[in-house]
Design a protein around this ligand. Sequence first.
Ligand code: SME
Length: 159
Amino acid sequence: MYDFKIAATDKPTLYRDLAAALEALVADEPDGIANMANAAALIFESLADLNWAGFYRNVGGELVLGPFQGRVACNRVPFGKGVCGAAAASLMVQRVDDVHAFPGHIACDAASNSELVVPIVRDGVLLAVLDLDSPLTARFDAEDEAGCVALGEILAPAI
Ligand code: SME
């Protein structure tokens, strides 16, 4: 049984503990869907003030819903559309303090106000994006971005 309790209150420790837990979770599992599913559960349980945490996979140049925790979400997001689509098209992290001010934002859950999307790339190819949504405005800062980029680097060889 896994019993990860990520309880640190300072962000560097929180993300260090989260990275160690994620590494342990994916270490012995070759299946990418299983690894994304456990990653979504771990992140959703460990980070405060999230209403959605999960993945959209690159399936033939379109983002398709993957494992997640939270409310029912849009199945498909075209590259270039919304926050996830911007991350997929640019391969750049998108950290958005107010999604309602983001051109083309796709409102899957009206409760979402800020969003962090991290592209997961292996050998120059986009595999998926990690998408975190929060009901708080400006929930994600530079430490969250760095911490989640590190989580994406752990996942890149594992999904
Ligand atoms: N709001 C996202 C769509 C995905 S959901 O939030 C889960 C976007 O604009 O990319």
